[in-house]
Design a protein around this ligand. Structure first.
Ligand code: FE
Ligand code: FE
Ligand code: FE
Ligand code: ZN
Length: 188
């Protein structure tokens, strides 16, 4: 503890001052507000995915990868409606708030398409990008369902847990596709 204070104390003043973030005036005041904000974030993200997944599927060479993505597109559309139910259950209007993380993950996915030619390497890149997306969703829904439970929103928690299970399933499916792809590449 003494050492830590010493280390912090010895840091250049600009750096240590910049580590302290002052809240904006409309900063979430309590857990419920933070929960609703997080719902809006994932609502934006799921809608963005409905727009982005067809392009990823269209650029996949392997038909099992394209099918996995298209299957998850249908699941994702249903997740959007499920989120609308969650908003309804907690008495809030369904609203989107840009998710910078998902925007970044999608941008990286686009970059992979630009940097690769159709084939196994591009497919591997699409799988990697998709799994990063699924992992972001898994974390988000894990947190959201925990928040909902804490807030006593048990029906909302149930729906969020359902989506969490679907995201985990999508991640597993992508793992299977990746293993098959490796086998195909190894056999060539
Ligand atoms: Fe999703
Ligand atoms: Fe987000
Ligand atoms: Fe990155
Ligand atoms: Zn997903």
């Amino acid at each position: 503890m003494k050492n830590l204070e010493k280390i912090i104390g010895n840091k250049p003043s600009i750096e240590s001052k910049n580590n302290i973030v002052s809240p904006s005036l409309d900063a979430a005041a309590n857990l419920r507000d933070f929960f609703i904000d997080s719902l809006k974030d994932i609502y934006w993200a799921e809608n963005a995915l409905v727009g982005a997944l067809p392009k990823m599927a269209a650029n996949a060479t392997s038909s099992s990868l394209a099918n996995a993505i298209l299957e998850h597109l249908e699941v994702t559309k249903n997740q959007v409606s499920r989120l609308e139910k969650v908003f309804d259950l907690v008495g809030e209007k369904a609203e989107e708030k840009k998710c910078e993380a998902m925007a970044g993950l999608l941008k990286e996915g686009d970059g992979i398409l630009e940097e690769t030619e159709p084939g196994a390497v591009r497919d591997a890149g699409i799988i990697a990008a998709s799994q990063k997306i699924e992992h972001y969703e898994i974390t988000s829904y894990g947190t959201l369902s925990a928040f909902a439970k804490t807030l006593g929103e048990n029906d909302a928690a149930k729906l969020l847990t359902q989506t969490l299970a679907e995201e985990k399933e999508a991640d597993c499916l992508l793992n299977d596709v990746a293993l098959n792809l490796i086998n195909i590449v190894a056999a060539e």
